[in-house]
Design a protein around this ligand. Structure first.
Ligand code: ADP
Ligand code: MG
Length: 325
């Protein structure tokens, strides 16, 4: 069978099923925005002399990786090297944020054609450093290799999260409301021409959501709004009703682009319905970012449906980007 028949998600499932059972140190393995790991005596602050048994809220190590490939994720004629570096780190920060965590250390891997001017890679690194500085991330290593053709940028990012603040995709409950930050559809409406200044990273929003203790599940919306809700439903074994008239559609974007567009790094999260307005108000007040209630979690047998203003349900399109397809 070819990869194109299996698709990215089919391949990941196949590979994951073929692995040995993870050890007890793996709190969250394959299947979420980042892995969450227990390592001995991992605590914060480092100088803290309190014995580990006395620490109320122990930290977990978070780790995630994401790769950008020329002519798959970007075309050089449409993007700057600065922005490319910036984005390569940003998408990883978004994954750490979606776990409720704080980014800490990064490894940067570059595969480049030998004829590429050095100044271009320096420019790429300026983009990475710009963001690393802003979020106090140390670049602690990486790998540099030749690529026969296309440019590849891959970043592995570590982070940490207090165990109590960890938010997974897999804990949404029937009766929860579905909330989102910001708006959707702008990158699709802009034909993914990526204006660097508008790349928002929802780190403080994610941390406020995690610290509130109210949210039940969270994901970042990298592959589109519908796909993100689908991933929460798959992991939590639930269904969803998405209220079409409540979707925050970005200016100039269509509803279709908002639902399926992707390439925006908003947060999609769930909370018990009776707490939804409280959480929305809290996050809006703390961060100034708009939060919308866009649907509800129902039982798995009800599947995932789009509901219009008249209460009529519409089938989902299989939305979002999938590699190899
Ligand atoms: P995201 O869109 O949040 O970056 P992905 O869709 O890339 O997540 O990956 C989904 C899950 O599958 C993640 O937990 C990721 O770590 C895991 N994963 C992806 N590729 C592989 C692989 N080749 N081997 C093992 N796990 C993988
Ligand atoms: Mg993610």
């Amino acid at each position: 069978m070819k990869l194109s028949q299996l698709g990215e998600f089919g391949l990941i499932d196949l590979l994951a099923k073929g692995l040995d059972k993870p050890s007890a140190r793996v709190v969250v393995g394959i299947g979420d925005d980042a892995a969450a790991l227990r390592i001995s005596n991992f605590q914060f602050p480092i100088s803290n002399k309190i014995p580990s048994s006395k620490i109320q809220n122990k930290k977990l190590l978070l780790i995630t990786t994401d790769t950008l490939v020329e002519n798959v994720h970007f075309r050089l004629k449409n993007t700057s090297f600065f922005y490319l570096g910036y984005k390569a780190l940003a998408i990883n920060i978004s994954d750490i944020a979606a776990m409720g965590g704080d980014p800490t250390f990064a490894l940067v891997t570059i595969g480049a054609n030998k004829n590429l001017p050095v100044s271009k890679i320096e420019e790429l690194y300026r983009g990475i450093k710009n963001l690393a500085r802003k979020y106090k991330i140390d670049i602690v290593g990486g790998d540099t290799v030749a690529s026969p053709r296309e440019l590849i940028v891959s970043i592995t990012l570590l982070g940490e999260v207090a165990e109590n603040n960890l938010l997974l995709r897999s804990n949404a409950k029937v009766g929860d409301a579905i909330l989102v930050t910001g708006s959707f559809g702008k990158p699709a409406a802009d034909e993914f021409r990526i204006p660097s200044s508008e790349f928002r990273i929802r780190l403080k929003e994610a941390q406020s959501i995690a610290k509130s203790g109210l949210a039940t599940a969270m994901i970042d919306s990298s592959d589109g709004l519908v796909r993100s809700i689908l991933e929460i439903c798959k992991a939590s074994k639930v269904g969803a009703r998405i209220w079409l008239d409540s979707i925050p559609v970005a200016e100039d974007a269509t509803l279709e682009q908002a639902l399926y567009g992707g390439e925006e790094y908003e947060l999609v999260f769930t909370v018990q319905r009776s707490k939804a307005v409280e959480l929305k108000t809290l996050i809006e007040k703390r961060t100034g970012t708009k939060v919308s209630i866009v649907g509800e979690i129902v039982s798995q047998k009800n599947a995932i449906k789009l509901v219009d203003v008249h209460g009529v349900t519409h089938a989902l399109k299989s939305g979002g980007y999938e590699h190899f397809r």
